[in-house]
Design a protein around this ligand. Structure first.
Ligand SMILES: [Cu+2]
Length: 144
């Protein structure tokens, strides 16, 4: 049996397994973490968010319109990479620009308009990709 024969036998298997691996990786990376905010006994929708290298968790936050929201945002690692949380949705009464520390920070707002608003970290080191491009972005969805 020659090496060439072996190669021809194995090649379709290599191609198929490469495709399968690529698809499953894509599904892991592309999967959103949905979170429906629960309203506590004070009538506030509480959401705990972790923002770190280079993700937000959850990255799809669903809140109800015209009910106060409390974000508690923190990071886990003691790394020196700075991160922040930006939401620029003045049309819905939301503007957030807060740096993310290990010590949790509380941000309060009340969304006034139904819609989908992005949140992200706007940090970038020199000419490298922005943190947003690296995956530090998510969606704040305001529903009825
Ligand atoms: Cu960042």
């Amino acid at each position: 049996m020659s090496n060439l024969f072996l190669y021809k036998m194995i090649r379709p298997l290599l191609i198929i397994s490469t495709i399968v691996i690529a698809f499953s990786l894509d599904q892991v990376v592309g999967k959103e973490k949905e979170y429906y905010a629960a309203t506590n006994d004070k009538g506030v929708q509480e959401v705990e968010i972790t923002g770190d290298n280079y993700y937000f968790s959850p990255d799809h936050i669903i809140v109800k319109v015209n009910i106060p929201v409390e974000f508690k945002i923190k990071k886990n690692s003691v790394g020196i990479v700075p991160h922040n949380l930006i939401v620029d949705a003045l049309e819905a009464g939301i503007f957030i620009s807060e740096s993310i520390k290990i010590e949790p920070r509380v941000i309060r707002f009340t969304p006034t308009k139904i819609g989908k608003y992005s949140f992200y970290c706007d940090k970038r080191l020199l000419f490298f990709k922005s943190h947003r491009e690296k995956g530090m972005e998510g969606m704040l969805e305001v529903i009825r």
